[in-house]
Design a protein around this ligand. Structure first.
Ligand code: ADP
Ligand code: MG
Length: 247
């Protein structure tokens, strides 16, 4: 049996008296979208922050492709194929779309920050950034400053920059947040098309998106996973309906 892309075992994170993640165990296998749902404050972002290496767990273990990464830094985990997006987008607002993608490609290769004038001279890199934008719906926006993008375009661009690193495992923190119907559909289409390229842990409140995309769903309530199952079974699970779906 091949090891899962991501295996999380018994992850605990405490903030003072609050246990934000309470012995969380879950996995993501190749080609899978595993959705993580749960009410506000359940510990979803805290879990993502521990997985990508921004926050050290108090207990538990995180493995990528069977290798224990619990003690590794965020850049070391990124080099092993892990990428993330944020609940609030993380882009350089005063720079162009193309520049943001080129930077992500450059940083993904382990280069440190370079100025735009240096990147612009790197024709190979800018050509590659254009290729990364092709087919995303943002190709016509390459020269636009990020601050002029719509919210939906920002979310899409953030995904493109995360993908520039060619991750095998993508952690998505509420990619649908604040998107209108048309933008949500575009994002769902983009994520569905990525499944064969990388496994995903999808934190999301938009249940239409979750049920359209997820292969499995885990439900986090007060830091604990109360169920992991196929989407259809989650929808029918009485404990889930009571705790989360508000019935
Ligand atoms: P979710 O993403 O599911 O809405 P979070 O992971 O953001 O939940 O938060 C889980 C709980 O941990 C919340 O009660 C939140 O207030 C608390 N929390 C999150 N980050 C910190 C922090 N850095 N310090 C103290 N408490 C925190
Ligand atoms: Mg959150």
């Amino acid at each position: 049996m091949t090891a899962p892309l991501l295996q999380v075992t018994g992850l605990v994170k405490r903030f003072g008296g609050l246990t934000a993640t309470d012995h969380v165990t879950l996995d993501v296998v190749p080609g899978e979208i595993h959705a993580l749902i749960g009410p506000n404050g359940a510990g979803k972002s805290t879990l993502i922050n521990q997985l990508c290496g921004e926050l050290a767990p108090d207990e538990g273990r995180i493995a990528i492709d069977g290798a224990d990464v619990t003690a590794l830094s965020a850049p070391e985990r990124a080099r092993m194929g892990l990428a993330r997006t944020f609940q609030v987008t993380c882009l350089l607002d005063e720079e162009t779309v193309l520049w943001n993608v080129a930077m992500a490609l450059d940083v993904g290769r382990g280069h440190s920050f370079r100025f735009w004038r240096d990147i612009r001279r790197d024709e190979g890199l800018t050509a590659e950034a254009r290729r990364a934008l092709a087919g995303t719906g943002l190709e016509g926006r390459a020269g636009v400053t990020v601050s002029e993008l719509s919210h939906g375009e920002r979310k899409q661009l953030e995904l493109v920059t995360a993908l520039a690193q060619q991750p095998r495992l993508l952690l998505l923190d509420e990619p649908m947040a604040g998107l209108g119907h048309v933008e949500s559909q575009a994002m769902i289409g983009m994520l569905a098309g990525l499944k064969s390229r990388c496994g995903m842990l999808l934190v999301e409140h938009d249940m239409d998106a979750v049920f359209a995309l997820a292969d499995r769903v885990s439900v986090l309530v007060y830091g604990r996973i109360i169920a992991t199952d196929l989407p259809g079974a989650i929808r029918e699970n009485p404990a889930v309906r009571e705790a989360y779906l508000g019935e």
